[in-house]
Ligand binder design. Sequence first.
Ligand SMILES: NC(=O)c1ccc[n+]([C@@H]2O[C@H](COP(=O)([O-])OP(=O)(O)OC[C@H]3O[C@@H](n4cnc5c(N)ncnc54)[C@H](OP(=O)(O)O)[C@@H]3O)[C@@H](O)[C@H]2O)c1
Length: 270
Amino acid sequence: MPYFKDKVAIITGSSMGIGKATALALARQGAKVVLNGRDVKRLENAKQFLQSQGFEVIAVSGDVRSYKDCQTLINETIRQFGKIDILINNAGKSSRGYFESLSPVVLREMMEINFLGCLYPTQCALPYLEITKGSVVFISSVAGIRGLPETSIYCASKMALTSMAESLKVELASKGIHVGIVYVGITKNDPGKTVIDADGSLLELKNRQGNHAQKPEQVAEVIVNHVRKRKFKKILTPLGKLNWIANIVFPRVVDKFLERSLERIRKMNL
Ligand SMILES: NC(=O)c1ccc[n+]([C@@H]2O[C@H](COP(=O)([O-])OP(=O)(O)OC[C@H]3O[C@@H](n4cnc5c(N)ncnc54)[C@H](OP(=O)(O)O)[C@@H]3O)[C@@H](O)[C@H]2O)c1
């Protein structure tokens, strides 16, 4: 019997990329999935894609920066599926540009999408996750392990999730709710993926090639296993693991290395 048979899983930001791949991976293991995103057409395409494979899926459009939209996402899930077993807080966006050049709008928006946009759905879903003793997982980044140049506010917004996950893990332990966090490494992107530039405009990313980038399906498999095993922390990719260890053992060496690699990092981010 598929492991997640009849479990209900919400994946925020699941109309494309890692979120969509995670929804598909959960559905393949028997879950009923709830898709979310702002662009209604893209969301509908993703829903039809999953439905065409015979999976039980609904789509609830909404912006995770809006508490009201997050409440609607949870209410609609309960109305149509009756319960919530899994919440994957995946919706997120990266930024570009040195801190001194970042518009205040960008600073606010990054924290709203990547940080508050994980807290709002979580708070709305908690009463239901308590009933099912379910799972809530935060999708962070290897850039959330230590602050990196060029993506300072993105790193900060993802690092804030670590603190939140640690607090929640303890607060929710007696309720039997599993809390997890996954630090994703560089991943190949779907066409049309955008990041926020220093002035607030959207920059379209070119498709990442090469072996250093994982496929969304590989990342999705790790996320699904993380939920299944009810693990707390997972760091992806050798570079992510190196980033974590080197910062504990040789923090000054890492600082110096990053100072010398500014141009390389800028090019890698394009
Ligand atoms: N790709 C990487 O290399 C990488 C590396 C490390 C960590 N991550 C993290 O993994 C997660 C997914 O990344 P990805 O590369 O798959 O992203 P992506 O391809 O850009 O897809 C993002 C998804 O989130 C939705 N979304 C964006 N803003 C939203 C909002 N305010 N409210 C609701 N939905 C929103 C998008 O749909 P709409 O735009 O239509 O709303 C889309 O479905 C993010 O949290 C990201 O930070 C990615």
